[in-house]
Design a binder for this molecule. Structure first.
Ligand code: NAI
Length: 339
């Protein structure tokens, strides 16, 4: 079978994960090029990833005729312009979430995506490729829970990353806690219910680092969502989880309820020692979703090879960002926001 030559932009926390997957764990793909403004990252690409060509300028990379597809893992504010440029130069494009941070720019990007129907576009909501979430979705679709009435979602990053987040929070725009963290949960709410969110009310609190107030970022936030058919959503998001990486989802239905990772267990080991009975917890997103990242990349490559569009598209990106930005607005204005 044909091998898809991929170029990656961004080799930070997640870029390295995707790059290593593309190097050896994704079928029928090869990591051919990498782009970053940071020379150490390009050295890393050559030495540790076996990348043949490196670029400091993204447009130069997408012009490379050897390349079939681009993986965008750069800061969120760059996604829209990089998606557009990749498509214009004839590449298939995978972009990390969120699709963008500005609704006008996202709509413009959707128009460009629609101009290239033969090229594939996919957005990185990898939880839809996690086997536990897939199992839960099958149960919901098979009516095991009856009608879903409420979904409660936790997405809290480990405390160990908080200090460095605070250091760079002013310099790089994450889009705020809801666009950065809750966007996965918002996507899950839409995916499980097939409904759009109509109203949101969000609150938040900065305690450890009060300076986050000044840059419009949050250490912990929460939001209530009302969906078009009155289904309810509760989001809890944060950046200060002391036991590791806490991603948990609960669905309550008329016939039953289910929880995915109600304790975010790392594995099946239980330790009994002076602390009592200890269950290790998952520590970060590369660990918790390692297989999901591989599965989603496999799906993207397979879509290219079998000429079908991925199931996660730009509309999923637009709708989830609308909700995340409404949560931000609700928090900032202290009022209920109708979408
Ligand atoms: P990071 O800050 O660790 O890495 C960003 C990378 O982009 C660095 O390699 C940097 O050199 C590069 N970069 C910066 N400016 C650039 C430019 N002008 N042109 C090209 N490259 C540039 O960020 P991280 O955490 O890896 O996040 C990257 C993206 O992935 C974000 O959009 C984030 O929302 C998303 N993400 C998704 C996750 C998921 O669960 N699916 C988890 C973590 C991040």
């Amino acid at each position: 079978m044909e091998t898809i030559k991929v170029g990656i932009v961004g080799l930070g926390r997640l870029g390295k994960v995707h790059a290593h997957n593309l190097k050896g764990k994704v079928a029928n793909a090869t990591l051919y090029a990498a782009c970053s403004p940071v020379s150490e990252e390009l050295e890393y690409a050559k030495n540790n990833l076996g990348v043949q060509v490196t670029y400091t300028d993204y447009e130069e990379m997408v012009k490379d005729e050897q390349l079939d597809a681009i993986f965008i893992v750069s800061p969120s504010g760059l996604h829209c312009s990089q998606i557009q440029l990749g498509l214009k130069y004839g590449k298939h494009v995978f972009s990390e979430k969120p699709i963008g941070l500005n609704i006008e720019e996202i709509n413009e990007t959707i128009q460009v995506i629609n101009q290239y129907p033969n090229q594939k576009f996919m957005l990185g909501f990898m939880r839809r490729f996690d086997t536990d979430y897939m199992y839960a979705k099958e149960l919901v679709d098979n009516d095991e829970l009856g009608d879903v009435t409420l979904i409660r979602c936790y997405g809290i990053d480990p405390s160990e990353g908080l200090e460095s987040f605070v250091k760079f929070a002013g310099a790089s725009n994450s889009g705020g806690l809801f666009a950065d963290m809750s966007i996965h949960d918002i996507d899950l709410v839409r995916w499980f219910t097939g409904q759009e969110v109509s109203k949101v009310w969000a609150i938040g609190k900065n305690t450890t680092y009060k300076e986050l107030d000044e840059v419009g970022e949050l250490e912990t936030g929460a939001a209530m969502l009302q969906l078009a058919d009155n289904t309810m959503g509760i989001l809890v998001a944060g950046r200060n989880c002391h036991h590791g990486y806490h991603v948990e989802t609960e669905l309550i239905g008329t016939k039953g309820m289910l929880r995915i990772a109600q304790v975010p267990e790392k594995n099946l080991v239980t330790i009994m020692n002076e602390h009592g009975v200890v269950r290790p917890t998952s520590q970060n997103f590369p660990e918790r979703f390692s297989q999901a990242f591989i599965n989603e990349a496999n799906e993207f490559i397979e879509c290219i090879l079998t000429d079908r569009q991925p199931s996660i598209n730009a509309i999923d990106g637009l709708e989830s960002t609308k909700v995340a930005l409404a949560c931000k607005e609700s928090y900032e204005k202290n009022q209920l926001v109708t979408i």
